[in-house]
Write a protein that binds this ligand. Sequence first.
Ligand SMILES: Cc1cc2nc3c(=O)[nH]c(=O)nc-3n(C[C@H](O)[C@H](O)[C@H](O)COP(=O)(O)OP(=O)(O)OC[C@H]3O[C@@H](n4cnc5c(N)ncnc54)[C@H](O)[C@@H]3O)c2cc1C
Length: 470
Amino acid sequence: MLGGARATEEVWPGYRVSTASYVMSLLQPRILRELELAKFGFEVLPTDHLFVPFPDGRYLVFWDDLKKTCAEIAKFSKKDAETYPLFDSFLHDAAKLVRELLWMTPPNPTSSRLADVKGSLVLLFKLRKLGAKFFRFADLMTESISDFLDRYFESEELKAVLAYYGSIGTFAGPRTPGTAYVLLHHLMGEHEGAGGWGFIRGGMGAISLAIARSAARYGPTIRSGAEVGRITTKEGRVSGVVLPSGEEISARIIVSNADPKPTFLGLLDERELPSDFVEQVRSYKTYSTASRSTWLSKRSLDTTPSTLRRSTPYPTYIHIGPSIDYMERAYDDAKYGRPSSRPFISAVLPTFVDPDLAPKGKHILNLFGGHAPYTLKGSTWDEERDRLADTVIETLSEYAPNLEASVLHRQVLAPRISRESSPSPMGASSTESSRSISFSSYGRPRVMPITGARSRGSTSAAHRHTPGAG
Ligand SMILES: Cc1cc2nc3c(=O)[nH]c(=O)nc-3n(C[C@H](O)[C@H](O)[C@H](O)COP(=O)(O)OP(=O)(O)OC[C@H]3O[C@@H](n4cnc5c(N)ncnc54)[C@H](O)[C@@H]3O)c2cc1C
């Protein structure tokens, strides 16, 4: 099977489930264009709303349409509804700048090499163009999402909706410094849909298949099920790979899509690499914090407010995370090595926009959320997995009381188990490393320490020229 964490599997007959990654956001338009993915079956199905219910029965809907979103915000605070367009426009400017930076090789500001000096000047010039917004940009790159939002808004509900994006996929709470940038990271998608997110027709695996079909046009051979055991080197440059069967394949250039840690600390012999580089990779943070469950529901959620039901066929994208305190407490549990006793949850129903993923009249409900620390204290994932899944359903049932009765099958992927059952780096958090300013800018590795090696692993995806979103 192709696709790593971006694959769609028929988990139960007739149900095609995107097992890990479930919505598309950061696949860069430039990659879509250059690989001509649309010609090879890639199609985005926009979902233009995000529905966030609160325990008191009120709710907030974020639409692609700014005016409609502001009307929703006005239900909670008129002042915030007036401020929101400014905040939105600032985030768009910041996202534009960071997108440009992602395509740059980060300059080393301490080097006197011409390329680094030139790169540093280009970077400075880009920052200078922000004008007075530079100072707010610096806050965005360093502050906690909670502090950052306090600068703009008064409504606790609005702040909770936005702070959710600062918590998801990262081992941090909304009061942890650095999480404001995580919000930006999640809003950097450039596609239609809530916050730039969208479904892919046929599931996320359709992206991998389209890439494979596009590649086939240029003649490469794709071999699946061929684990690389070792990367060999000769006279300071890579020379090939060895499979566990002993088969050797020689190559002048090796691009590894495994994440950087196994690539540099496992597949390559550390002794071939400069010790400071090895140290840098070793200290690269890849905590895990997310759990992922897929439920099959024969009915849909029952608590949709009737006004929303009138304006959209059904909410496809729901967040449960009613306050900053709630999400901070979810992190408090994880910080001490326990799954969150009240997790925050993204509930996503792709079958409302892509009904062919399930038999007629049935739905797939993907649940992703936090926190589920990779390493538990005093317990194991074998013991905790089903308990966590029950907690997730219990939590969601507070908003959709008939949910439990409508579940036909369920698949639960907790971090440690998912990492063991799949070679893709599901144990790694999708945005953890981006929470440090150094990794978002000058601190990304720039030069490969060994000739011919290229690392394109998904845990570094946000910081390298890779298609992934993690
Ligand atoms: C649980 C989870 C949920 C996510 N949700 C989303 C989401 O909703 N939206 C989104 O945009 N992104 C999401 N992501 C991130 C997204 O899945 C990744 O950015 C994307 O999969 C990166 O693609 P990739 O091809 O670079 O790496 P991967 O998908 O990780 O693929 C790496 C491949 O390398 C293979 N490999 C590893 N080691 C070896 C070896 N030694 N020999 C041979 N092959 C090897 C693996 O088997 C795998 O097939 C999620 C990630 C996870 C883990």
